[in-house]
Design a protein around this ligand. Structure first.
Ligand code: PMP
Ligand code: GLU
Length: 402
């Protein structure tokens, strides 16, 4: 048998967001002043009560394995949140805690997909969904919805992508990479479609607390609360990374039908065991404590969004839609593609992002990572002064394009 990597692993593309983030961090470590609009990682310190809880957990001896789907306390805190926010009742065996929402999504897809099963993904989409579906043996089916459609596909285009092989639909609202928030009507129609055509909705609600302009989050859970048939087909994924600036704690969770959660638990028991014990304790505190700090961070993101969107729209050749959630903006650079910077030809979003990083030390994620040919993604989970300086550098870069 020849040595080497499996064909399956050779075909996996690395996460573009994490690759770029590593590049930014390496440049900074080398002393370069890089403006990072790349990774979607809140720059705020994790709130003090959560950090204290983490330390307390160690002092209390919480250093051993927990049940595979998570501690009873954390699952109860999640159940309480679901009940309070959405009026939806879950039991402990309908919840599984994993190593971040990314791991929740991965495990859910491994659990749901047989080879050849189709998973519908609206595009532009978060970088990891298509690869995760492929890693599970499934086939990603893309439904494109560009800027003109407000980044939300019509029900007709979603319905026309459904086939007898459709296993699931991945919903991300608020959305990464475009910050779009899906409204009540389309979500209600999607809930009805999943019952009619019998597929799961994998609802990634990791940005549920980051909404602007007075918008309120409409969760798939609110439809699941009204209909047992919707509840039986809904897998809600969430986590603490974005809401509480806890990206490094690696805690995410899934709430869903008992048979799916039980299969996910079996899978997780063989793959990773339960998540980090002190981090589960800290996450329990995060979900249960007064939530004022969440609102403070949300307000700061809203101010930064306004600054970034206004600044980008003031640069000739660039435009962007004002997003209503998450902390990302899709910067449309279609008018700049085909131009040159000295002897460098800017043919696509990758060329643009590479040249911007090289010449101006500004990191943005090229749209092709999210299946967009016209935009680069900017994260505004970064300090106001950085945003201002980043805007100055982008404007100077664009000015030099011929
Ligand atoms: N879903 C989306 C849409 C995301 O942007 C992210 C970003 N990290 C995740 C899931 C995963 O988050 P985490 O694993 O840190 O909980
Ligand atoms: N989700 C964030 C992003 O899109 C963090 C990196 C990752 O997990 O992809 O930038």
């Amino acid at each position: 048998m020849p040595l080497g990597i499996s064909a399956k692993c050779r075909s996996i593309a690395p996460s573009a967001t994490l690759t770029l983030d590593a590049k930014v961090k390496a440049l900074r470590a080398a002393g370069e002043k890089v403006i990072g609009f790349a990774a979607g990682e809140p720059d705020f310190d994790t709130p003090l009560p959560i950090r204290d809880a983490m330390k307390e957990a160690l002092d209390k001896g919480m250093t051993r394995y927990t049940p595979v789907p998570g501690t009873i306390e954390l699952r109860d805190a999640i159940i309480k949140k679901m009940q309070k926010d959405f009026g939806l009742t879950y039991t402990r065996d309908e919840i599984i805690v994993s190593n971040g929402a990314k791991h929740s999504l991965y495990t859910a897809l491994q659990t749901l997909c047989d080879p050849g099963d189709e998973v519908i993904i609206p595009t532009p989409c978060w970088v990891s969904y298509p690869e995760m579906v492929r890693m599970a043996g499934g086939v990603p089916i893309f439904v494109e919805a560009g800027e003109e459609e407000g980044f939300i596909p019509s029900l007709a285009s979603i319905a026309s992508a459904v086939t007898p092989k459709t296993k699931a639909f991945i919903l991300t609202s608020p959305n990464n990479p475009n910050g779009t928030v899906w409204g009540q009507d389309i979500l209600e129609a999607l809930a009805a479609l999943c019952v009619e055509k019998d597929f799961y909705i994998l609802s990634d609600e990791i940005y549920e607390r980051l909404l602007y302009d007075g918008k309120e989050h409409v969760s798939m859970a609110s439809f699941a609360a009204l209909s047992p048939q919707v509840k039986a087909r809904t897998l809600l994924v969430n986590g603490v990374s974005k809401t509480y600036a806890m990206t490094g704690f690696r805690i995410g969770y899934t709430a869903g039908p008992r048979d799916v959660i039980s299969a996910m638990t079996n899978y997780q028991s063989q793959a990773t065991s339960a998540p980090n014990t002190p981090a589960q304790y800290a996450a329990t505190v995060a979900l249960s404590m007064p939530q004022d700090c969440v609102e403070e961070m949300r307000k700061a993101f809203e101010t930064r969004r306004d600054l970034l969107v206004e600044g980008l729209n003031a640069i000739p050749g660039i435009h962007c839609v004002k997003p209503q959630g998450a902390f990302y903006v899709m910067m449309n650079i279609s008018a700049l593609l085909g131009k040159r910077l000295d002897d460098q030809f800017i043919a696509n979003t990758s060329d643009f992002a590479e040249a911007l990083l090289e010449k101006m030390h500004v990191a943005v994620v090229p749209g092709n990572a999210f299946m967009s040919e016209t935009c680069c993604r900017l994260s505004y989970a970064t300090a106001t002064e950085e945003i201002k300086e980043g805007l100055r550098r982008i404007a100077a870069f664009v000015k030099d394009l011929r």
